[in-house]
Design a protein around this ligand. Structure first.
Ligand code: RB5
Length: 153
């Protein structure tokens, strides 16, 4: 599985921890390092940049980290076909995949510590969409998203 990661200025240390953790597990992780290319960039363009790499199929899963995880989730969800959620606990991380089929996990470096963040990432990484009763719900998200992005029909 190809995982992509990025963060804003609030989460540089936690991003390093997660990159190291994934690499040690043998997971192929690519750090887009948007800040390294554009110093001072705000979270919206950093998150948007990563979400587009999910939409275009370059990567299957993405991790975005900012101060709270909130701004990154908001912006990643603005890219059609990309679904993101904030998780600071293992149960939510599992459900984000199993129930919501979200490709992007977001976390807040000012909310969660490194050890729990690693556990959250691990739970999200091994979980897959379960379909079943969740399928019509995510289909409905798709349908409503289409109306929102393409109101002309
Ligand atoms: C800091 O820029 C902070 O606003 C950001 O990291 C994030 O928490 C926003 O949701």
């Amino acid at each position: 599985m190809k995982v992509v990661i990025d963060c804003d200025d609030a989460a540089i240390d936690l991003k390093k921890v997660i990159v190291g953790h994934l690499s040690a597990k043998g997971v192929e992780v690519t750090d887009l390092d948007y800040l390294g290319k554009k110093s001072g960039a705000y979270y919206p363009e950093i998150g948007f940049n990563l979400a587009r790499t999910i939409k275009n199929g370059t990567f299957e899963r993405g991790i975005l980290i900012c101060g709270t995880g909130l701004g990154m989730a908001i912006i990643a969800n603005k890219v059609e076909g990309v679904y993101a959620g904030v998780c600071h606990d293992v149960f939510s991380a599992e459900r984000l995949r199993k129930s919501n089929n979200a490709q992007v996990l977001t976390m807040g470096a000012r909310v969660i510590g490194p050890e729990l963040a690693k556990m959250v990432v691990d739970a999200w990484l091994v979980s897959e969409f379960q379909g079943g009763g969740s399928q019509p719900k995510v289909d409905q998200i798709r349908e409503l998203e289409r109306k929102s992005f393409h109101p002309e029909g």
